[in-house]
Ligand binder design. Structure first.
Ligand code: APR
Length: 191
């Protein structure tokens, strides 16, 4: 599914493996220790090679890690990208512990990093919806609203945002939520 924004900018929902899709910047769903893990994090480090963890070791030494709701940038090793932005999503508890603010913060910070690094295409996984247990429908709404808000702004230098869903059932949820927002905004093909 493709959603259009002013100036030819696009948000696309795609089913796939984020490590195999060429973009300028790939977003990782990391932890605040930046120590790697399973899920997307494991896949990104496996496909990208040890150079990424070497850069994270330096960041950890200097900054101690990365707070929840933010992200740090490294190179992408052998991944088909120039950068990896390691975003730390919230661990979902019950929704009343600032989870939505923190999750939105991840998307916002990664788009900011993209603009700072001159990345025009960026791919996101469904941050926090795996091991961190964020309910898919709520996470979809937050991801779509935060990305759309930036793509609508005239100062945005990112052209193409990809939301990569790992399986068809996650894709079905994200596209249903996107379609509902398009219908309620009343403008065809726009969010
Ligand atoms: N490409 C795209 N999406 C993927 C991939 C992949 N290769 N692998 C997994 N996913 C999907 C999952 O299906 C899920 O919907 O990414 C989403 C996020 O899941 P997780 O990777 O478990 O991330 P998260 O829930 O944010 O948990 C982060 O897990 O791996 C550890 O170090 C990480 O501690 C951190 C925690």
């Amino acid at each position: 599914m493709e959603i259009n924004f002013p100036g030819g900018k696009k948000l696309r929902l795609i089913v796939g493996d984020i490590t195999r899709i060429r973009v300028d910047a790939i977003v990782n769903a990391a932890n605040s220790g930046l120590r790697g893990g399973g899920g997307v994090d494991g896949a990104i480090h496996r496909a990208g090679g040890p150079a990424i963890m070497r850069e994270l070791d330096e960041i950890r030494k200097n900054a101690g890690g990365c707070p929840t709701g933010s992200a740090v940038a490294t190179g992408a090793g052998s991944l088909p990208a120039q950068f990896v932005f390691h975003a730390v999503g919230p661990i979902y508890r019950d929704g009343s512990h600032d989870e939505s603010v923190q999750l939105a913060g991840c998307y916002r910070k990664c788009l900011e990093l993209a603009e700072q690094h001159g990345a025009r295409t960026i791919s996101f996984p469904a941050i926090s919806t795996g091991i961190y247990g964020y309910p898919l429908e709520e996470a979809a709404g937050i991801a779509l609203d935060t990305i759309a808000s930036r793509l609508r702004s005239s100062g945005c230098t990112v052209d193409d945002v990809l939301l990569i869903l790992f399986d068809q059932s996650a894709y079905a949820v994200y596209s249903r939520i996107a379609n509902a927002r398009i219908t309620s905004s009343g403008s065809a093909g726009s969010l």
